[in-house]
Structure formats: C-alpha cells, structure tokens
Write a protein that binds this ligand. Structure first.
Ligand SMILES: Nc1ncnc2c1ncn2[C@@H]1O[C@H](COP(=O)(O)OP(=O)(O)OP(=O)(O)O)[C@@H](O)[C@H]1O
Ligand SMILES: [Mg+2]
Length: 378
C-alpha cells in the first residue's frame, strides 16, 4: 500500500487509539491483510481522483480488479449524472474535512447500480498537508431494497384498506339500484325504448358491481391462512363453474399429484383459480377441454408446488400477452372488466409465488397455459 495512512482514516480503529502508535505496533503486512479482508470496499485516491489502492472487497462490489482501477479515475464507477459529487468530495477533502455515511449510487463493471454508504477521509503527509483521500464503501443495496419493499407493502396495505371500505360502501347502495332497475324494467312492456334503456342501465350497474366485488374480494380478509392441498382449491374453483362448464360442453381433466399441504389463504386461492378458469370458459364458446395438473416441484430455496391450467380456447394474441396483467386490460368489452388476472397476480405474488402465461392462437394448436408456482415455505 503506497498510501499507508489511509488505513487509519477508515473507521477500522477505535477513535481513542493513536493511529501513529498503531502503525508502529502493527507490522505492515498485518495492516494490509486487514484491509484486504474487510467486508467494505477500501479505496484510496490522490487529489485528482486517481485511484491509488483498491482492496478485495472493492473488486467484489464493483467488479473491477486492482489492475483495472489503479491509475484510473474514480469517475469510472460514478454514474454520469452523479459525477458532480466527486468534485464536491475532493473540495471537502482539500479543506481537510471528512464525509461520513454518505449514501449514494455507484456503477459496477457490468453496468449494474450499487447503492453504497461512503465514508471518506483526507490523507495527510507528515507535515499535515492533504495529499489524497481514503474511502470505505459499504454495499447497502440489500438494505435499500428491503426499505423500499417495506414502504411499498405499507402503501399496499393502506390502499387495500381504502379500496375495501370503498367497495363495501359502494356495493350496498348499488345492490338497491340494481333491484330497482330490475323492477322498473319489468314494469314496462318489452320492445319499448324505456325497456331498452333500463336493460342498458342494468348491465352497466352490474359491471360497476362486478368491479366493486372483485376489488373487495381481493382485499377482504379471508381469514387466517390454513394448511390445505393446493389441488383442493383448484377443485373448489371448478365446482363454482360446474354448471357453466357442462352447459358449454367443456371437459375437465384432473391430475392431482401434490402430496403435501401448503399454508395459504383458502379464499384468496379459490379466487385465483376461479379467475383463471373463468377466463378459459370465456375463451371456449364452442366447448373443449381444460386440463389441470398440480404437482410438487423444485424452486428457489426448496420445495414448491406447481399448478398448470391449460385450455384449448381461442388463445391470446401476441401483442395482448404482455398486457394481460395490467389492471382494466380486457378484450371482452361487454362482459370483462380486466381485473381478473391483475388481482390474481397480486394474490400469487403476495404469497411469494409467481404466475406465467403462455398462449398460442395458431389454427389447430390454439390454447392458453397458465402456470402458478408457490413455495411451500410461507
Ligand atoms: N385462457 C384465456 N384464453 C384467452 N384469452 C385469455 C385467457 N386468459 C386471459 N385472456 C385474455 O386476457 C385478458 C385479461 O384477462 P382478465 O381476467 O384480467 O380480464 P377479463 O377476463 O377480460 O375481465 P374480468 O375482470 O372479468 O376477469 C382477457 O380479456 C383476455 O383477452
Ligand atoms: Mg377474467
């Protein structure tokens, strides 16, 4: 290490100790071993911002080897829009000031962003003149990610409470309106303008009610999670559509191979499968078959369970496929609201799982395959 005093300025020693005595006491090789084994990136620069040392953790965090960085400008790891920071840092260093726990973003060799907490100290020569800087950078990307997730889930919970209240408040008067319109329609003769207007009013009110019910269903507390077989939830959803399925001439093929129970919210999961099956039913006006297969599988971090629901309906056009999880995206202007898959995705992801949809619209091979993966661990 050419800039020996750097080490002292990096928070590695208790403040009360005199750095000079430490350097005298510790053999050089030991100090450099400490720097190398630090979890934090430890880097030194001269006052032009040229890197003069680069430890092992700097290599790990930023991806550059010491050979690639020593002699190069530190700007290499500073995103273009933040390069003004370096001038500010160097100005403070020249004035002999220290910067502590400065949270910012740097860019690694592979182009990925790294969130870091920087502590930067001026390095002085024996006459007290500032000759460079020493910097420790702690990778705080994971912590930042957790913080953002926390904020996001709090926002979700707040939005959920508002939505649930609204849906509930809307639904009750809406049901009254629906009943009144229904009665009014039956009071006037069929074929009259009045009858047609009331028919339109009824279907529009029905639509609003469907949106309110679905959002309420999504946020409603379905009770505590319980231990169930995933295939039971698929079966429960199939039961809801039983009469519709047989009326359309849709055959069901079941293959249930999951042997372990999974802890989840029954109501939510039935809603998930009901949404998927109702989409398949909508896509098969001429009948056909729905194949459901539930089995255990391996996923990130251990055992998962996978449910595959496959239909031979019309399929989803390629330019629609990327939009099906958007709220209010629908190709069913009269009957659809476009929130079924959006809600489904939220419910699956809230339980730590994922959903994938593949589809084919080509003649002879058309159909849609929905795959849901859930980790057994909650
Ligand atoms: N199995 C399927 N076969 C064909 N198209 C599908 C299938 N599943 C989804 N889609 C397409 O994705 C769109 C979005 O589905 P989504 O369930 O979110 O809304 P929706 O069914 O239109 O309305 P709703 O809110 O009543 O469920 C559908 O309009 C349809 O175009
Ligand atoms: Mg739907």
């Amino acid at each position: 290490l050419s800039t020996a005093p750097n080490i002292v300025g990096t928070d590695m020693f208790p403040v009360a100790l005199d750095p000079a005595s430490l350097i005298a006491e510790y053999p050089w090789s030991l100090l450099s071993a400490i720097v190398e084994s630090s979890d934090d990136a430890i880097v030194s620069k001269n006052l032009d911002g040229i890197v003069t040392s680069w430890n092992e953790s700097a290599r790990r965090i930023f991806g550059y080897t010491p050979e690639e960085m020593i002699g190069q400008s530190i700007l290499r790891i500073i995103p273009r829009e933040l390069q003004w920071q370096e001038e500010e840092i160097l100005r403070k260093m020249r004035a002999g000031e220290r910067i502590e726990h400065f949270e910012t973003t740097r860019v690694a060799k592979d182009g990925s962003s790294v969130e870091v907490s920087l502590t930067i100290s001026p390095v002085k020569d024996s006459s007290g003149r500032v000759i460079g800087t020493s910097k420790t950078a702690r990778d705080i990307s994971t912590r930042k990610k957790m913080e953002r997730l926390l904020v996001q889930s709090e926002q979700m919970a707040a939005t959920g409470r508002v939505a649930a209240t609204m849906a509930h408040e809307i639904n009750n008067p809406l049901e009254a309106v629906m009943n009144l319109v229904f009665l009014a329609r039956h009071c006037c003769a069929e074929g009259t303008d009045m009858h047609r207007y009331l028919e339109r009013a009824e279907s529009e009110v029905e639509r609003v009610s469907h949106i309110a019910r679905t959002t309420l269903g999504y946020y409603r507390d379905h009770g505590a999670p319980t231990e169930v077989f995933l295939h039971e939830q698929v079966d429960a959803a199939l039961l809801i559509y039983e009469s519709k399925l047989s009326a359309r001439g849709i055959a069901i093929e079941r293959r249930f191979e999951d042997q372990r129970r999974i802890r989840l919210n029954k109501g939510e999961m039935t809603q998930v499968f009901a949404n998927i099956i109702s989409n398949s039913v909508d896509a098969m006006p001429q009948g056909g078959a729905i194949r459901v297969h539930v089995a255990e599988t391996n996923g990130p971090g251990g055992a998962w369970v996978r449910a595959v629901i496959e239909d031979d309906g019309t399929g989803i056009e390629e330019d629609h496929l990327s939009r099906i999880f958007e709220p209010f995206f629908t190709t069913k202007p009269d009957v659809g609201t476009g929130i079924g898959l959006w809600v489904t995705k939220q419910l699956i992801e809230n339980r730590g799982g994922r959903i994938m949809v593949g589809s084919d619209t080509s003649w002879g091979a058309h159909g849609t395959k929905v795959t849901i993966d859930l980790p057994y661990a909650a």
